[in-house]
Design a binder for this molecule. Structure first.
Ligand SMILES: [Zn+2]
Length: 81
């Protein structure tokens, strides 16, 4: 394997971890559009973070309440519009 291939591989396998978004946003980006919309709707309906986390965990989706709270409050590292 040449250097070019090795570097290409690193980029594809770690792009999710080393991009500009926080852990929570990366989890959202990994969801299918329907699930992502459900989380967005839950935020819009002011459902408490702990309940959203519990629902995600039941679906086998791991995320931390800290990263969700920071993201929700706009205090994460995601680019702000
Ligand atoms: Zn974020």
């Amino acid at each position: 394997m040449g250097l070019k291939d090795r570097l290409a591989e690193i980029q594809t396998t770690t792009s999710r971890v080393y991009n500009e978004y926080c852990a929570f946003q990366n989890m959202l980006l990994a969801l299918n559009p329907e699930d992502k919309k459900a989380v967005d709707d839950a935020f819009a309906r002011n459902i408490p973070t702990s309940l959203i986390i519990a629902a995600l965990r039941k679906e086998g989706i791991k995320t931390s309440s800290d990263s969700m709270r920071l993201h929700r409050a706009g205090r994460c590292k995601c680019p702000k519009k």
